[in-house]
Design a protein around this ligand. Structure first.
Ligand code: RP5
Length: 160
């Protein structure tokens, strides 16, 4: 049983440069999370075991990032009813359009909440996870409001 509410999974070590932004955002909001490499193609059995056991292991939300032929978020969503947020990692060959198309067009019945390509998507996946968890966690709800207010407060009236 994990003590983490959110699993941040990714297809490769090379995805960490993007997915660490999800982890850092969860960290900033003091949300317990666990980051793991789980590849749909290279470690399919690890992926199956993770997805099948995720709910029983105490996870409430899964953030899954992958690039190229990015099947990880969809395959995980096929194996669990936990909310899955998919982050298309920006690939070298096709700039992440391949990742986006691999994640976004799920068939009806197997949902993946697909985010923007790259760092913005990873950051926003963490914020969406926070919004879900905040529905039943008033203290987190306050931290999320404060995080958003700080962002608003940081926008200058005029360019420097
Ligand atoms: C995908 O292939 C991973 O999610 C990664 O974005 C991409 C490339 O992986 P590496 O060759 O860098 O390990 O499965």
């Amino acid at each position: 049983m994990s003590t983490a509410d959110v699993a941040v999974i990714m297809g490769s070590q090379s995805d960490w440069e993007t997915m660490r932004h999800a982890s850092e955002t969860l960290e900033a909001l003091k949300i317990p999370h666990d980051s793991r490499i789980v590849s749909a193609h290279r470690t399919p059995e690890r992926m199956y075991d993770f997805a099948r056991g995720a709910k029983a292991n105490g996870f409430k939300v899964i953030i899954a990032g992958a690039g190229g032929a990015a099947h990880l978020p969809g395959m995980v969503a096929a194996l669990t009813t936990l909310p899955v947020f998919g982050v298309p990692v920006q690939s070298k060959a096709l700039s992440g359009l391949d990742s986006l198309y691999s994640i976004v067009q799920m068939p009806a019945g197997v949902p993946v909440g697909t985010l923007a390509i790259g760092v913005a998507g990873a950051t926003n996946a963490a914020l969406l996870a926070a919004s879900v968890l905040a529905l039943s966690d008033p203290a987190l709800s306050e931290r999320l409001e404060a995080w958003r207010a700080a962002r608003t407060g940081a926008v200058a009236e005029r360019p420097a």
